[in-house]
Ligand binder design. Structure first.
Ligand code: ES4
Ligand code: ZN
Length: 326
């Protein structure tokens, strides 16, 4: 069994992280006070009582409600800096951060406020935290493709410093086929392509994200294990899967950590790595995800090293940065 200091010292890339999901309850209340916002759950005690989820949607409801405290560039910058400080404690050396532009625009917050606030914190990340960064605009799959296209055009027009696009929010009933034009446009613009698939949705969504959207990475992908032909393909193509064990437990995508498919995914030769998803909501950052896995499965150093190395290899970091971290 690898000890926690050795775990932290291993260079890791976090490839599946929603920055809005890093808002800790304390920061939510501090930002609410700063902005004069009254929340439905205005105390730490009542807010914390809401963090028990039955599925993805029950979490998304709270996640979107809590975003109401993000008003100014400083709010977005403070949230991002707080995440980077926590990520550093987990030994994260590179992060590709998703944000949900449509969720902020829908609340009347300017796109530039969200983008500039997050970008301001990312600009000093290497110097301040030793963490290289990239930004990914994630689109809400329960909204229309037209809405996503309009926001993507606005991001391109303002030359937002994004490296790619993603697809998140309520999966079932919102298949990849809904977003073919969005992904075509992003590819034309030279952006990297990722999408959530196979979190709650069926294995066919994973296949369609690859074939219809051309994604380079799958976020989650755990339900791929239900389809042996798909597993074979994902192994052959070494498609990166960003697996989030504590998220899957808390959103009831799996019954228990012991029942999580990650060990069988590793065994099958899939290119898996570990991320925290929405760490303020799911019980911890990357370090806590690794610690829970090591405790549950009694992994040796070699298994953990493979997962950490996979995360760096599967990142969109420069070849130079990758070789620094490998
Ligand atoms: C998300 Cl865990 C998860 N799944 C889908 N969409 C999301 N947005 C934020 N967290
Ligand atoms: Zn996610």
């Amino acid at each position: 069994n690898i000890d926690s200091a050795a775990l932290t010292a291993l260079p890791k890339a976090e490839l599946h992280l929603h920055i809005e999901g890093t808002l800790e309850p304390e920061l939510i209340l501090a930002l609410a006070a700063r902005n004069g916002i009254t929340l439905p759950f205005p105390t730490l005690e009542t807010l914390r009582e809401q963090y028990e989820f039955s599925d993805l949607q029950s979490f998304l409801n709270l996640y979107y409600a809590n975003m109401a405290v993000l008003i100014s560039e400083a709010d977005f910058a403070d949230m991002t800096r707080a995440y980077l400080a926590r990520a550093k404690e987990s030994g994260v050396r590179h992060v590709e951060i998703m944000f949900d532009p449509q969720a902020h625009v829908a609340r009347g917050v300017e796109l530039s406020t969200a983008v500039n606030g997050i970008a301001a914190a990312l600009a000093s990340s290497e110097a301040e935290f030793g963490i290289s960064t990239g930004l990914i605009a994630a689109f809400l799959r329960d909204e229309s493709e037209e809405s996503a296209l309009a926001v993507l055009e606005a991001l391109l027009h303002m030359r937002a410093p994004i490296m790619g696009i993603g697809l998140d929010s309520a999966e079932v009933g919102n298949p990849p086929s809904k977003f073919v034009r969005l992904y075509q446009r992003a590819k034309e613009a030279g952006l990297h392509l990722v999408a959530h698939a196979g979190e709650e949705g069926p294995p066919s969504y994973v296949e369609d994200a690859l074939d219809l959207l051309g994604v380079e990475r799958i976020d989650h992908g755990i339900r791929a294990v239900e389809d042996k032909f798909l597993i074979k393909r994902l192994v052959t193509e070494q498609v990166p899967l960003t697996v989030c064990p504590l998220s899957n437990v808390r959103l009831r995508a799996v019954d228990t950590l012991a029942a999580h498919p990650l060990p069988q995914m590793i065994e099958a030769g899939l290119n898996v790595c570990v991320s925290s998803d929405d760490p303020a909501y799911f019980g911890g950052y990357v370090g806590a995800n690794f610690a829970a896995l090591v405790a549950e499965f009694a992994w040796d150093a070699a298994t953990v090293e493979t997962l950490a190395r996979n995360s760096i290899r599967s990142s969109f970091a420069s070849a130079e940065r990758k070789s620094e971290l490998l």
